[in-house]
Design a protein around this ligand. Structure first.
Ligand code: MG
Length: 391
């Protein structure tokens, strides 16, 4: 792999929190990726909601397939820009590890439950999973990832949380939110790959589910231009039995257009700024970006999905039930901590009187709930309340 001077070089990594002997055949970032793939939290992604609840259909994206799509998109852009593919892959595969069951509904409900305890934020939780919650190694909690992978996972962070992190880890990954500097290009790329991936697959899942239609999508320029183009080239795809091919061909072109735009615009910005190291990148404004027109079109698409899919009455109905499940689970464990599994129950006793963001009893309960898959949360809720709300 030929790396550009602005790409993260595993030989120059700022290293891990706990020093380890280097692996004989793998770089630091390859090893990070392997640790992520072998983690418990990663396996659970397969049963976690992206937009549709896990039990609503077998063909919709889950957090796992979403993460794989982000990794694939990210790697292919990284190769074009001579960035570090392994680092991009590690960040992409880990970026959603902290998601609660039931997607954003679960996160909102848990955040409400934790309002007086520093809140709950899935992005911060992804970091918490790899730093603290995985239980695999005898010497430390978490999976002890490199600075660069952790930096990429922590996409956003409030000032308050950044200050707390800086106090625990001076000059660490919280620092850039206080200094207003950027993360590595590999991290910047993962954010954009995430956006490209979900915009495309949410259209796909939305149309397949019947909640949105291709007719409605005509108001979205980015979709409609390619929809028109595909039909001009392949008029047969206009027939009812070819709708799936038409949808896929349109989304494929739409996705490619965004990727090529991102590569071209970013390539130009990199040439103009010509940073000579990843640290030089961190001091500059964001260098990876869409062009102005693509940014507008992507924003329009996002707005469409927000209004027509994420807020669809049918989605909102399950959203309401999912929130109730999370809230009632939280209350049940707080009232009866003995209902927690042994390793978490012990955690609650140790957690009393400690910093709320790190280890209060409520935080222990939030960690346990956040780790649940959709179906486990629904079953556990039924066990504790006698109510069957979902599935
Ligand atoms: Mg994502």
């Amino acid at each position: 792999m030929m790396l550009a001077p602005y790409a993260c070089d595993p030989e120059q990594s700022r290293g891990r929190q706990f020093t380890e002997v280097a692996a004989p055949t793998r770089t630091v970032f390859q090893r990070d990726r392997d640790r992520i793939v072998h983690s418990t939290a990663f396996r659970r992604l397969v049963y976690k909601t992206q937009v549709f609840l896990n039990h609503e259909g077998d063909l919709f994206r889950t957090r796992l397939t979403h993460s794989l799509e982000v990794a694939q998109l990210g790697r292919s852009v990284a190769r074009s820009l001579s960035l570090n593919e392994d680092l991009v892959e590690a960040i992409a595969l880990a970026h959603d590890l902290g998601h609660t069951p039931f997607g954003h509904a679960g996160q909102d409900a848990l955040n409400d439950c934790m309002r007086d305890q520093g809140g709950f934020e899935h992005n911060l939780q992804s970091l918490r999973v790899v730093d603290h919650l995985e239980e695999s190694y005898p010497q430390f909690n978490g999976i002890n990832l490199s600075f660069e992978t952790r930096e990429g996972i922590l996409k956003h962070c409030s000032r308050g949380n950044a200050q707390a992190m800086e106090a625990r880890e001076p000059g660490g990954i919280g620092r850039r939110f206080l200094d207003g500097t950027q993360p590595s290009l590999e991290a910047q790329l993962c954010n954009l790959a995430d956006e490209i991936a979900y915009n495309a697959h949410d259209i796909d899942d939305g149309v397949r589910s019947g909640l949105i239609t291709m007719d409605q999508l005509q108001e979205v320029a980015l979709f409609e231009d390619f929809h028109y183009q595909v039909l001009q080239e392949f008029p047969d795809l206009g027939t009812a039995q070819n709708q799936r091919r038409l949808l896929f061909a349109t989304i494929r072109r739409m996705l490619s257009a965004q990727v090529y735009d991102l590569i071209a615009v970013s390539q130009a910005a990199l040439e103009a700024a010509s940073p000579q190291s990843p640290d030089a990148v961190r001091q500059l404004p964001p260098l990876l970006a869409f062009g102005g027109e693509m940014r507008r079109q992507s924003a329009q698409l996002k707005q469409f999905l927000f209004g027509n899919l994420y807020r669809h009455p049918q989605v909102m109905q399950t959203t309401g039930l999912a929130k109730q499940v999370v809230r009632e689970l939280f209350d049940a464990y707080m009232a009866a901590p003995r209902e927690l599994p042994a390793n978490f129950g012990v955690g609650i006793d140790e957690a009393r009187g400690r910093e709320a963001l790190v280890a209060s009893p409520a935080r222990v309960v939030a960690d346990y709930i956040a780790g649940m898959t959709d179906r486990f949360a629904a079953r556990e809720h039924e066990r504790l309340t006698g109510l069957r709300l979902l599935g």
